[in-house]
Design a protein around this ligand. Structure first.
Ligand SMILES: [Zn+2]
Length: 408
């Protein structure tokens, strides 16, 4: 039902657009400048005689055909149809804007940029169309990887109209890509409240703090970590890196306390914490791990990610029987993944090194594992778009959502 309504809506819009288009055609008075700019991107507009041959019903058909190709995601065919319409009515900037978008979506960046630039060369171009065209050019540059030019374009749009929030969001996204975190933060703090989320502002603060650490500016880093955690006390990345900073100052206990906050917020990400224990030096590492696992073994026994880290620790500390039992129990609950495989390998290696014969006991387990359970899959996934990745990121590389990545 919804689809039918949508279709009727699209068709009505198309009809209105067509009527408007036809009126434009009747009024078409191409000046020389327009002719020249149109020539540079497309074959010249059809001569007036030919234009009459391409009558209204043909135009309507062509337009609908183009539209149906757009809906069917057949960009090449849509472009071909729209070029026909644009030839008949080359004064219609809207058609060129649509064409430029199609070129961009199909990855033909040079053509997209050329089409959009041509629109700007027109005389008497309405201001709203001029601004929309600049916006499209900014998107073209960004997609072509010309980030400097894209930034300059959106900066100009904002300079002209500070309330252009779409341009503001595009610029934030570009500053994030180019890792200009302070600029991103400054802009993002002024977006309308509907788009402004504290978790994102906290991440941007955290990134500023991380850059400050790299630049040796400890004080600034602390300030930004504090602000990040005031804005969003669930910002795991801030807790982890704040802990790192404290550790570099030799403050072991304080660092551990911050890391522990991160663990409690999301125990699935326990590996981020365990990897950090190695930075403590052998003696402190052993003590910190023991404290950590003994303290949490009961409370998090149902969390498979914690359990795997726990088994790793049991093996490291020579508790092979306990590790083997825990591993078998885990395999009965969780379908195989490479982390279990790594643990099994670790256990067998440790047993062999100690000259112990229990390795035999696990042969059956390994056969079972290889034949039925082993799946080499990526460990993390975006909740929003389903993208899978090997490492933990706080922003999805595909759909650009913050805090959407989760451990599988
Ligand atoms: Zn995503």
């Amino acid at each position: 039902m919804f689809l039918v309504c949508l279709l009727i809506f699209i068709l009505s819009l198309s009809l209105i657009f067509f009527l408007w288009l036809r009126k434009k055609i009747n009024l078409a008075r191409l000046d020389n400048a327009t002719r020249q700019t149109a020539k540079s991107s497309f074959p010249a507009p059809l001569e007036s005689n030919n234009r009459h041959e391409f009558d209204s019903s043909q135009l309507l058909q062509t337009y609908f055909r183009g539209l149906s190709y757009v809906l069917a995601n057949e960009t090449d065919k849509a472009v071909a149809e729209f070029i026909k319409v644009a030839r008949v009515n080359s004064t219609t900037a809207e058609i060129y804007l649509a064409l430029g978008q199609l070129f961009r979506n199909s990855g033909e960046m040079e053509r997209a940029i050329r089409v959009h630039r041509d629109i700007l060369l027109r005389q008497n171009l309405p201001e709203d169309i001029r601004q929309r065209t600049f916006f499209e050019i900014g998107l073209d540059y960004a997609k072509a990887g010309l980030f400097d030019r894209a930034c300059r374009t959106f900066e100009e749009i904002l300079g002209h109209n500070p309330k252009n929030h779409a341009a503001r969001l595009e610029l934030v996204s570009l500053y994030e890509k180019t890792r200009e975190w302070e600029k991103a933060l400054q802009l993002f703090e002024n977006v309308p409240s509907a788009d402004k989320h504290n978790n994102i502002i906290a991440h941007l603060h955290t990134e500023v703090a991380k850059t400050a650490i790299l630049n040796g500016d400890r004080e600034k880093a602390v300030t930004f970590f504090h602000r990040a955690l005031q804005l969003d006390e669930n910002c795991i990345d801030a807790w982890l890196h704040y802990g790192d900073l404290l550790l570099s100052d030799g403050l072991f206990e304080e660092a551990l306390a911050k890391w522990n906050k991160a663990f409690v917020l999301n125990p699935d990400l326990v590996s981020l914490l365990i990897n950090r224990f190695t930075k403590l030096g052998p003696e402190n590492q052993a003590r910190a791990e023991k404290d950590f696992f003994i303290r949490h073994a009961q409370g998090y026994s149902n969390n498979n990610h914690f359990k795997m880290a726990y088994i790793g620790w049991l093996i490291n500390s020579g508790n092979f029987e306990q590790a083997g039992e825990a591993l078998q129990e885990l395999m009965s609950k969780k379908t195989g993944d490479r982390d279990i495989f790594s643990l099994m390998q670790k256990l067998l290696t440790a047993l062999t090194q100690k000259g112990r014969g229990e390795g035999q006991l696990y042969q059956e387990l390994i056969r079972n594992f290889f034949s039925t359970q082993l799946r080499f899959e990526k460990n993390y996934r975006c909740r929003k778009c389903g993208y899978r990745l090997e490492i933990m990121l706080w922003k999805c590389p595909r759909c650009s959502t913050w805090d959407s990545i989760t451990v599988i």
